[in-house]
Design a protein around this ligand. Sequence first.
Ligand code: ACK
Length: 840
Amino acid sequence: MASTIRKLIAVLVILSLCHLIMNPICLAIDIISMNQQVIDGETVVSAGGIFELGFFSPNGSIGRYVGIWYKGLPVEKVAWVANRERPLIGSNGVLMINASNGNLVLVDDKNVSVWSTRLVNLISNNTVAVLTDQGNLILRYQNKLNESVPLWESFNHPSDALLPRMKIGLNTRTGEQILATSWKDDKDPSLGSFRTAVMDPQELLQVLILNGSLKHFRSGQWNRRNFIGVPSMTKDYHNGFQLLTDNNGEELYFSYALHSYSAPTLIYFDSYGAIIQMDWDAKENKWLRVQVVPKGKCDLYNTCGPFGSCNNNDSPICNCLKGYEPKYIDEWNKGNWTSGCVRKAQFQCEEMTTSANSDDERKRGDVFLPVSGMKLPDFSHYLLTWDKMECENSCLKNCSCLAYAYVDGIGCMIWGKELIDLQEFYRGGEQLYIRLAHSQLDKSSQMGARIAIIVSATVGLILIVCAIYVLKIRKKGIGSLITFRIASTQSSEANLLHNNLTRGSSLELPVFSFKCIENATKNFCTRNKLGEGGFGPVYKGVLSNRQEVAIKRLSRSSGQGIEEFKNEITLISGLQHRNLVKLMGFCIHGEEKLLIYEYMSNRSLDVFIFGSRSNDKAALSWNERYSIIEGIARGLLYLHRDSRLKIIHRDLKTSNILLDEDMNPKISDFGMARIFGGNQTIANTNKIAGTYGYMSPEYAIQGIFSEKSDVFSFGVILLEIISSKRNSSYCHSEDSFNLLDHAWQLWNEGKILEFPDPKVVGSLETPTQVVRCILVGLLCVQEHANYRPNTATIVSMLCSDTVLPSPKRPAYSCKDRSFDDPNLSPWSRNFVTISNVEGR
Ligand code: ACK
């Protein structure tokens, strides 16, 4: 009997396995479709088992909600909730696709809708909802070309929490916000009083938390790396927080994606308006919570009133800025600071027009007092200048300008109204220059400043004498690095150039003596030569402090003249990003012009892709290639993303990507780069210089360059990385003109998996990511610049699993193919079909 039962069970198991195999719907546990509903008690799990969607009740509540959370971990915080405002009573809710209109809908036991994706005029009801491994619930439909088109995403409708890659943002045309709203309290997910708002870039980008209509917290301005008002933003954020744009810059949104994302993480704001970060600690098997803001009373908006500065470490925490005094002294002393402070004396520029003053006073004019470590005030205005001195002068000339700041990654900001929401940080923050009438510089500080100048000048003089003495004694000179102020032995050309470059800017770029460079490179010994660029040789050097550097020696005959040299120095020294190579200094000595960079021990990507290290043993794995692609895209995004000061590299190529010891890619060689100001998106040059194989057609033919011409070069690099083949020397087969054409052809023939280097795909179980990257590459190299994605879109295409559009013909390819008409293509070109190749 027992054996019969065992046999029966075995048959049942086999039958059900067969059923599973023959009926893929049963495997598609990440999908809600017309045939697949979710009832209370069941869950949907993302393909990789990372996220789960189902019904839940918050602790202490009887209402039933549909939400998304990390699967397999204690659900301390639900990442997304559907029916926030209308809980279900009882456990009879059903989440399903509405057969009549294709919307995703949650109905109660009476079949009444309590929540829906609420899309109107859907052209098809052939929709499915998929839960991705990023925790995004996407409603999609299949179009006639069998392409999967996203219609709605939970990532565009956050609740109170942000998962990596979820967005909060703003449509700059309509003013519409993608916002997160706090829960009412821990047991009630309905809309609480706190919500996020991304400020219009006209006022410089920053994020606010509003309490109703009142500002509760302000992040401070976004400086392309982090928010000035959140100094606790760590290295992780530095890599991860991004400003992305869509629809040609119309939509702006912030999201974060940790670079080496591994542990589950989540950021949310609670019902009191505090931002909390939760990270899963796998060792301790628990969630770690950190309150990011507010860290103290000073983080609350405008605690000290206008012209008051708040410092959490002071007691009392509020002080008036120098030159200002409490508006109502009694209130102020009682700790009621909201009325803030008022100016003690008129500015000199105001006095000129109102009263006669002594000639002496008049001549002195107004001054700017630097205050460091500040969260810069709200309501800043942006001035387009790349020069700090000009920024100061503009403020000085305008009598209603109360303060200015010059910040890397933003540029010049001025304030004309009250200075609101100022905070002084112990670490971090920026320097704010406050306008003061000269008389307001108090005597003691004037005297103090004078004494400080005299003392530092004396010490400086002694140091110079000592330095010269030491250098003389150690005749061989240990190549010490000497900054310009001490480098009195520098050539007058270096002097001039340095003054030119650093005047009024925050540039603190060291100047190296030629002797130091000679010592570092052992007199430019050929053994230390790393290679030869178009401009001249590059040497490895070791400084006296044992730091390794790469030294680019511009040959006199090279095309790179003083202009390119200056260009590279000014441009790159103002930039800081982990995916851009760091310029450490420069040297001019007679005819010699040298640039000193951090040394990249793995040299250029070229070597790994096409050169000596591309052989089987040293070949890069797919993961390494992918992380390099992502890194380059992030570096490029940093260059391009600021809507005001964009930098167009103009000579992106595989040999200009250097790899550090951890194989992090860094974009190098900024000799040709150009700054774009204001709303500029495009420029023209008569001097077309770039590299064959990487230049977009509009640049190569008409000299037109823009973000999209860099995107083109990026696309070529991407395809080269995947195929391990060089575009410029691609061995032309009968049908393909070049590497781009080859990829395009394979794509259309449905043989795209023949494109990657076999070493790349060979070991992969699922080449989905490879195919996705090829598709992104093809989108970047499309002939028409308008069709190419912008850099922000590239980053999100690479990092998310949203459906990508079909590429159009690449530049420099054969035009007489049937592929231009999608209806004639022998192969459906949608990405989903390709993803079917490897199956689920
Ligand atoms: O491909 P490579 O070995 O890496 O040869 C080229 C050569 O100099 C001419 O560009 C190498 N190179 C350039 N800059 C650096 C750097 N910062 N660190 C290490 N190698 C560098 C490049």
